[in-house]
Ligand binder design. Structure first.
Ligand SMILES: [Zn+2]
Length: 140
């Protein structure tokens, strides 16, 4: 049996760091941004978009996502997304947007009134409904 003088797998202070940012580094980053701990920093910026929070905390926005996720904040504090807004709209028959082409096309409602409105709207168009030029919505 060969006895190695150095055990490579033991803690290697001078080694290249790998894996997630160590806790103390997170706290250092948070303190630099005026917070006590990284958890405080994440909670204090939880209402902001990831990019905004990242800018304030001086970290990358994927890091914001990771930190939020670790605190269980990523989903809970997210703003309602399009899918949720649509679901809420569809679930509320009293919403005045039912019975409009907007309700059908932009909000994805397929209730009778919206479908009818969309049908009427399509009929009034000069051309049959064909593929419209693709327009990427910004910020979605
Ligand atoms: Zn509808």
């Amino acid at each position: 049996m060969v006895t190695s003088g150095v055990t490579l797998r033991a803690s290697n202070p001078g080694g290249i760091p790998c894996g997630p940012v160590p806790r103390h580094d997170r706290d250092a980053l948070a303190r630099a941004a005026g917070h006590e701990t990284w958890q405080d920093a994440v909670r204090a910026t939880a209402d902001l978009a990831q990019q905004e929070a990242a800018k304030i905390l001086g970290i990358s926005h994927p890091t914001v996502r990771v930190w939020r996720k670790e605190l269980g904040l990523d989903v809970a504090t997210a703003r309602p997304d399009a899918a949720q807004r649509r679901a809420e709209f569809a679930a509320d028959p009293a919403d005045p947007r039912h019975g409009t082409a907007n309700g059908y096309r932009n909000l994805g409602c397929r209730c009778e009134r919206c479908t009818q409105a969309w049908t009427d709207y399509s009929r009034t168009r000069t051309h049959p409904v064909i593929k419209e030029p693709t327009r990427r919505d910004q910020g979605s």
